[in-house]
Design a protein around this ligand. Structure first.
Ligand SMILES: Nc1ncnc2c1ncn2[C@@H]1O[C@H](COP(=O)(O)OP(=O)(O)OP(=O)(O)O)[C@@H](O)[C@H]1O
Ligand SMILES: [Mg+2]
Length: 768
């Protein structure tokens, strides 16, 4: 049987359509990624396309790795010549070769978030920007959005006429770019920006890559932003063999500039494009798919399509309610333990998905307690740890002396008597002469007023120069060991003799493992390439399939992946959809959150378990949240199987998926009702035995609907004109208080954010 026979006729059509623009628009789990990999195989095996001429782009390194694996399996010959990579890696490869044409050195450094912050701090200082008014994060995100839209500093300024705040941002943007430039560094957004700039200004380079990549494929196309779209369009302009696959219902990166119009308007940009729709889902049970369809149909601005599946009906969706987030975590962990103990599944068959990174901490605690192996994808990133960043800074300096951020980071780590004043003086000197900080260090004798510090600086420079000489003949692992020893970094940690220091040393060992592995798998290892690889490791890359572990991650990271058992936790209004979305009351934002929910539901193959906590500590305060509106959008008959719905619905108010509006008798009190609620208490939240869970669910919710619901509506203890404090927005003045039925609506004017309308119950404003 040929590999193409494992595809359905429509999928085959997509594979066989090799020439000209092609849009594959299809729902989750319909085999889009599978079509892409088979299409690559087909091009090579049947159309005699040179693997060298193929470029396949995906969003995360993890996805690229998976695609590479799948391609390797089905392509017999030359798979390694295909470029399968992310937008960013593709651009790095191009820039490493040609960025000198834009006046940069090809050994440029890639800055991560921390490096960017350091630069922006310096910029603000220089421009006398009050970072209380213009937050560093806000400035960086404004710059990032501008870059996504291909707007440079000059154009930004032009577009800021009459807007003082924007003009200030434009100044920051310009100075920020200047500094990156003189550090011979690019931030993540620059990677794309500069590549597009290169294509636009250098016909020779563009032509070279157009001829090189005669066949281009893009997965998860719905999440491309403007600059990525330009990149792809420019590359494909000559041969027009561009195949993009995506699902407008899974567009979840608007906050990163993803432009849903790129997919909705593909046919406008490429009028001769062939459009293929895939409608059969191969991933999930009927129940899961119906739930996903039920939710996403509530979105207005979408291309209408309904997925169907031949898969079995499967088990009902479980909906579990808990008192607190701790009980929720415990419930999930117990459920997983039960299933694995019964040998129904392995740890790696489970994923726990949540809306915000912060939710992982409590889950982790319970996983540790229950001794269940797990892996957090995202969140605590190995490469964000201090010791890792310190040693990488040394390596960066050895590699590229123009990197001021790295130099500042470790010039006095470990302490060698080079204080802030000395560094500032050297930096001023560097500014004055237009050279890098490290270059200034080298000319330290010419810098006035340094006194004895000059000798210390010389010591630092010598240290680096010696490393550079050693780098010429040593392996990277050897060089790494030298750096740990000769800088005194390791010795200092060893002397500390604390648990923390031990962990740090273990982490440094782990980094060494990484370096050794890199050298083993690379033909011509170089420090430059190693650093580049590390810079590109997105959070999701920590995931290693061979590990039999439960996966914990945010919904955003889960895109494109699939798991037999999926837990969506924290299904509460105020968390998912997020508090800000509710406060802003913007239908577009709600729709984006709903798409995120759709992504989450459609990751599940066999069983989906939803859960929510009645109260949860958020931002240091206990919040009483309602069940998420998205849960209510799931057709009720899919939840919990043969639930006695009439009886059930009579006991709740509006807090349940099937909102019948009848009132609760209030079975037992909130809190006090717990013993009754959980019966013997033995199966609380374990998810073992659906019946037991449904029982507990039933009683709990009704109790909550009465008591918890009432609890929310209490008259505020502040009046119009009072100054109040909000956890996020700071202090502001109350402008209006209105009885909005279920809760009081309060309008507060915050100096930094302007007037905000919020529910008193949610907002938890404190009179000051
Ligand atoms: N024709 C088919 N026959 C059998 N299995 C298939 C077929 N097409 C796809 N599958 C399987 O269905 C699952 C989903 O496929 P794939 O990941 O390619 O979907 P997708 O459309 O890319 O999903 P997502 O939108 O989540 O990225 C995979 O396990 C895949 O192997
Ligand atoms: Mg996919």
């Amino acid at each position: 049987m040929s590999i193409y026979e494992s595809l359905n006729p429509v999928q085959q059509e997509a594979v066989y359509h090799t020439e000209g623009p092609l849009l594959i628009l299809a729902g989750a789990g319909s085999g889009k990624t599978r079509v892409l990999t088979h299409r690559i195989a087909y091009l090579i095996d049947e159309c005699q396309v040179n693997p060298w001429n193929i470029l396949a782009i995906t969003f995360t390194n993890k996805a690229a790795g998976e695609m590479r694996e799948r391609v390797d399996q089905i392509v017999d010959f030359g798979a390694e010549d295909i470029w399968v990579s992310t937008f960013h890696s593709t651009c790095v490869r191009i820039l490493r070769r040609y960025i000198d044409r834009l006046g940069y050195d090809r050994s440029f450094t890639i800055y991560d978030g921390d490096d960017q912050k350091t630069v922006i701090k310096e910029v603000c200082k220089k421009l006398n920007i009050d970072t209380k008014i213009y937050k560093e994060r806000t400035l960086l995100s404004a710059i990032s959005s501008a870059k996504d839209e291909m707007i440079g500093p000059k154009e930004y300024l032009l577009r800021s006429e009459g807007d003082y705040a924007r003009q200030r941002i434009a100044q920051v943007y310009e100075e920020y770019q200047k500094r990156l430039r003189s550090n011979n560094a690019l931030d993540f957004d620059d990677l794309l920006f500069k590549t597009v700039e290169l294509f636009k200004t250098d016909a020779e380079v563009l032509n070279y890559y157009q001829d090189r990549f005669k066949y281009i494929m893009v997965d998860e196309y719905q999440d491309t932003n403007t600059v990525q779209f330009q990149f792809v369009s420019l590359l494909a302009a000559k041969y027009r063999n561009l195949c993009v696959v995506g699902d407008d219902d899974q567009s979840i990166y608007k906050f990163r500039g993803a432009n849903i119009h790129n997919i909705l308007d593909f046919e406008k940009t490429f009028p001769d494009a062939k459009v293929i729709k895939l409608e059969q889902n191969y991933r999930s049970t009927k129940t899961i798919l119906d739930a996903a369809n039920g939710v996403i149909h509530h979105n207005q601005g979408r291309k209408d399509k309904t997925l169907w599946t031949d898969n079995e009906q499967g088990v009902p969706i479980a909906l579990n309610q808990y008192q607190t987030e701790y009980e929720e975590a415990m419930g999930i962990v117990n459920d997983i333990a039960a299933k694995t103990e019964r040998n129904e599944a392995e740890y790696k068959d489970f994923a726990v998905l949540y809306r915000t990174n912060a939710q992982s901490r409590v889950l982790e605690e319970k996983f540790v307690t229950r001794n269940i192996p797990y892996r957090v994808v995202g969140g605590v990133n190995f490469y964000q740890r201090k010791e890792i960043k310190d040693i990488l800074a040394y390596l960066k300096i050895i590699n590229n002396g123009q990197d001021d951020v790295a130099v500042r980071r470790v010039v006095n780590v470990p302490k060698r008597g080079i204080g802030a004043t000395t560094v500032t003086k050297a930096a001023e000197y560097a500014d004055q002469w237009g050279i890098s900080l490290y270059e200034a260090f080298k000319q330290v004798d010419g810098i006035p007023g340094l006194g004895r510090a000059a000798a210390k600086i010389n010591g630092f420079v010598n240290l680096i120069q010696v490393f550079r000489t050693k780098a010429e003949y040593m392996s990277l692992a050897e060089l790494y060991d030298e750096v740990l020893e000769d800088t005194g970094y390791l010795k200092e940690l060893q002397a500390e003799q604390t648990d923390e220091a031990t962990t740090r040393i273990e982490n440094l060992d782990e980094l060494r493992n990484k370096i050794v592995a890199y050298e083993e798998e690379t033909e011509q290892p170089s420090l430059n390439e190693l650093l580049e690889q590390i810079a590109l490791v997105a959070d999701v890359d920590n995931m290693d399939d061979s590990d039999n572990k439960v996966i914990l991650m945010t919904l955003h990271s889960a895109k494109g992946l699939e798991f037999p058992y999926v837990y969506l936790c924290g299904m509460e209004d105020g968390l998912f959809p997020s508090y800000m979305t509710i406060v802003n009351d913007d239908p577009m934002e709600i729709e984006e959150e709903r798409r995120l929910c759709y992504v989450g539901i459609t990751r599940a193959m066999k069983k989906l378990t939803l859960s929510y906590a009645m109260c949860r500590m958020m931002h240091g305060q206990t919040q009483y949240n309602k069940i998420s509106r998205f849960v209510k959008e799931i057709p009720p008959q899919l939840i919990g199987g043969s639930l006695p719905r009439e009886r059930f619905s009579r006991k709740v108010e509006d807090d349940l998926p099937w909102n019948t509006g009848s009132t609760s008798n209030g079975i037992s009190g909130f809190g006090g009702g717990r013993a009754g609620t959980y019966g013997s208490g033995s199966r609380m939240g374990t998810g073992v035995g659906n019946r037991g869970i449904r029982q507990s669910h039933k009683f709990d919710v009704s109790a909550f609907a009465k008591k918890g619901g009432d609890m929310k509506k209490t008259a505020p203890d502040y009046e119009v004109g009072d100054t109040v404090k909000h956890i996020k927005f700071g202090t502001g003045v109350v402008q209006a208080i209105k009885d909005g039925g279920k809760d009081y609506e309060v309008t507060v004017d915050f100096p930094k954010y302007g007037p905000k309308k919020m529910f008193a119950g949610f907002a938890k404003l404190k009179k000051v």
